[in-house]
Ligand binder design. Structure first.
Ligand code: ZN
Ligand code: ZN
Ligand code: FE
Length: 760
């Protein structure tokens, strides 16, 4: 027999609160090894003793951890063999210096075992809406303090019954140390209540709630990270009622279904989309809607895609099983307000919207909206990184000083970082009202405490009027570093991919303040973390009336046409301008000609808005990116033609001049060419101009990897065509787990600020 040996295995990553130790315990039992496993300051430590072959087999089997765990590193040392039999889950080791940053896991979707249990009439937890185990359930959303254990969660007020206690203490049980463990005897309960808080049903609330939904009513549903507003997604009347009451006119709603089979009935899915939908994070996934889906068109007006998500908590499963139809599940809030998560708030703030409330008495401590993603170039890209992902850290390739990056004004998230860990906070939204700002400040303070980071550096956008900038400047810390918006966009992608730069960064978005005081957004930068150089930009468009032109996109269109046709565009032949009173057109042209309140903007997004407005004959954008998105969806997939463009290489930066494109696209539309073809050619032109410019720049500045960033890269056609145009000649990096838009900006700010501070 082989002599007994010992191994110590240090595991770091998201390995606490996700069923990692019981899983290790079972593996060790199966392998007949002795030793122990315990949580420590870095993650989990395993010490095992036994025959070398068994030890090797054990270490190999650690390569496939439970679904919610994320192993960042696994280090194995040979240690002296110890006597003794049996394998135990030992008390936690010393927290150690880095112990404060072993954080709370993200919320995890209901696992198959728990689902089977709530459907089993003989099980203790039959139809129990708050069932969970070490593999699944709420985590971040119920955490009050660290370390993450029951006494520090909102479950503290529910003493365990004897049965739950036994499960909690049994290493062989799937609920061993499951902090939110509960059952109908001891845990929170589900209720259906009316607007006055009177109980409508306590026995099996999912059934009457489903009946109300079938009648076209709106039900507020308390989920994991906040309240949803639910209605029948197949009923136009119900969806319109929800839009009216929520004051949300055109933004698409997400639709929740029971399982993948139900998703398949509504949308065309490929394997990667199925995998993302069914992942433990359960994001909303934008997928291609089937023509005969049966969904009310008002769910996502003029949109060939639909945002689907699978049920992720037992109460969703029960509700959808009873409802037998897809349900709209949109954040419980009035338009532009933060998501409601407090029960009293839900009663008052959703009073004019919901007809009934499906609630339970497990408090939500940390609001966390649903995440949103889609497949771009065959890979998942998160557009909004929140529930299911937060607060899992993004691993950096080299350590940074303790810092807080305050993020952007729109789609705000913030970032706390120290060492090799960067924690992006939950999606906060647009910081343009007091409620959202309060939610932001609260979330910063909370995450700061959870991850134990005392920032030494505060990073913020260059824009002085962003609420996040004002917040940054009011912080007590002395070291404040302003980071240019597009530099931060590029840096976020560098950070995600562990690159140091320099890279050629293509940063295309709606707007961001440039270091020359103008609005940038069609930028090609040469950048590393500490520096950037603006090598090329799009020819700017005049914003007649400033921000007004971003909503009234016809103003952008007019400015673009006047520029391209030297003030003599064929307006009379374009459908768009038949919709605008002649007086308004004249007034707007005068503003442009006399440069009155008409700042110039370089944003690529503005080109989508302006050309989209002309092509779609649409006068205004009801929400950020609406016209750009419609213009993207309009593009004919098979069209390969493109228009002309010019590149001015005389000054610095070079200017990509798309006026030839504007003229040709306009003449195509005047000649009744289909908008779908014009849209495709517009996309192809932007791709050709960008790829051509990148190539020429690399001849001057050396060949560097290329990264794409900024909100325009949510556009799959743009991203995939530009990728095809540049690779494999260049190594190209795209955003993936960090959003390409402003929701990922804070990560880039953090890394830039750290690098700048080092160079002081
Ligand atoms: Zn479970
Ligand atoms: Zn119990
Ligand atoms: Fe941006």
């Amino acid at each position: 027999m082989d002599p007994r040996q010992g191994r110590r295995i240090l595991v770091s990553g998201v390995v606490q609160g996700v069923g990692f130790r019981p899983w290790v315990w079972r593996l060790a039992q199966q392998a007949g090894l002795a030793g122990r496993v315990f949580n420590d300051g870095q993650g989990v430590t395993i010490e095992v003793f036994g025959a070398p072959a068994a030890l090797d087999g054990f270490v190999t089997s650690l390569g496939q951890p439970p679904p919610a765990a994320r192993v960042h590193s696994l280090r194995c040392q040979v240690i002296a063999a110890q006597d003794g039999e049996g394998f135990v889950i030992a008390p936690s080791g010393p927290a150690g210096e880095a112990g404060r940053r072993v954080s709370i896991p993200p919320d995890i979707a209901t696992c198959a075992d728990c689902l089977a249990e709530i459907e089993d009439t003989k099980a203790r937890r039959f139809h129990y809406a708050l069932t969970n185990c070490t593999q699944c359930g709420p985590r971040f959303s119920i955490a009050r303090e660290i370390p993450y254990d029951r006494a520090h969660t909102t479950m503290v007020t529910f003493p365990m019954c004897a049965d739950c206690q036994r499960e909690y203490q049994d290493p062989a049980d799937r609920r061993f140390h499951a902090q939110p463990i509960a059952c109908p005897a001891c845990g929170p309960l589900l209720l259906l209540v009316d607007g006055e808080g009177a109980v409508l049903d306590a026995a099996d609330p999912a059934a009457p709630a489903a009946r109300l939904l079938a009648e076209g009513k709106i039900v507020a549903v308390k989920g994991i990270g906040g309240y949803h507003l639910a209605c029948d997604a197949t009923s136009s009347a119900a969806v319109c009622r929800l839009r009216e009451r929520k004051q949300r006119d055109e933004k698409p709603f997400a639709v929740m279904v029971r399982d993948l089979a139900a998703a398949e009935a509504l949308a065309v899915l490929d394997d990667a989309e199925r995998a993302l939908l069914a992942s433990v994070e359960r994001p909303i996934v934008l997928v291609k809607r089937k023509v005969d889906s049966g969904l009310a068109p008002e769910v996502a007006p003029e949109n060939p895609m639909v945002g689907l998500l699978l049920a992720y908590s037992p109460l969703h499963h029960m509700l959808l099983a009873q409802a037998e139809r897809p349900l709209v599940m949109t954040s419980g809030n009035l338009s532009e307000q933060p998501i409601v998560f407090d029960d009293a708030d839900a009663q008052s703030r959703l009073a004019g919207i919901a007809d009934a409330w499906m609630v339970h008495d497990r408090p939500i401590e940390n609001a966390c909206d649903d995440s949103v993603g889609r497949l771009v170039a065959g890979r998942p890209v998160l557009f909004r990184r929140s529930r299911g992902y937060v607060p899992r850290p993004i691993m950096l390739s080299s350590p940074v000083a303790p810092l807080l990056a305050c993020g952007a004004q729109l789609k705000n998230t913030f970032c706390l970082a120290q060492g090799r860990d960067a924690y992006l906070g939950p999606h906060i939204g647009d910081l343009d009202n007091l409620e959202t700002l309060a939610a932001y400040e609260h979330a910063v303070a909370r995450l700061q405490r959870f991850v134990g980071i005392e920032p030494e550096i505060i990073a913020h956008d260059l824009h002085p009027d962003y609420q996040s900038t004002r917040y940054a400047l009011a912080r007590p810390e002395a070291c404040k570093i302003a980071v240019q918006h597009h530099h931060a966009h590029v840096a976020a992608v560098l950070a995600e991919h562990g690159l140091a730069g320099p890279v050629i960064g293509v940063a295309y978005d709606g707007t961001g303040l440039g270091s020359d005081g103008t609005a940038w957004g069609g930028e090609i930068l040469l950048a590393d973390f500490a520096h950037f150089e603006r090598l090329a930009t799009l020819r700017p468009i005049a914003l007649a009336g400033g921000d007004l032109a971003i909503q009234q996109v016809w103003r952008l269109a007019l400015a673009l046409l006047d520029d391209a046709f030297e003030s003599d565009p064929p307006l009379a032949a374009l459908e768009l301008f038949k919709l605008i009173p002649a007086g308004e057109i004249a007034l707007c042209r005068r503003m442009i000609a006399e440069k009155l309140n008409t700042p110039l903007a370089h944003g690529a997004g503005r080109y989508f808005d302006a050309v989209g407005a002309i092509g779609l004959a649409t006068t205004r954008s009801h929400f950020e990116g609406q016209v750009a998105m419609r213009w993207n969806f309009a593009a004919e997939a098979s069209e390969t033609g493109h228009y002309d463009f010019a590149l001015e290489r005389t000054g610095r930066p070079w200017v990509m001049d798309l006026r030839p494109m504007v003229r040709q696209a306009t003449m195509d539309l005047v000649g009744h060419c289909a908008p779908a073809v014009v849209s495709a050619r517009f996309h192809n032109t932007l791709v050709a101009a960008t790829a051509g410019t990148v190539r020429l720049l690399c001849q001057q500045h050396g060949k560097h990897p290329v990264v794409f960033s900024g909100g325009c890269f949510q556009n799959a056609r743009l991203t995939e065509s530009l990728l095809a145009a540049l690779s494999p000649e260049f190594s190209v990096h795209l955003p993936g787990q960090v959003p390409p838009g402003d929701g990922g900006l804070a990560l880039g700010q953090a890394l830039v600020a750290d690098a700048v501070a080092r160079n002081f």
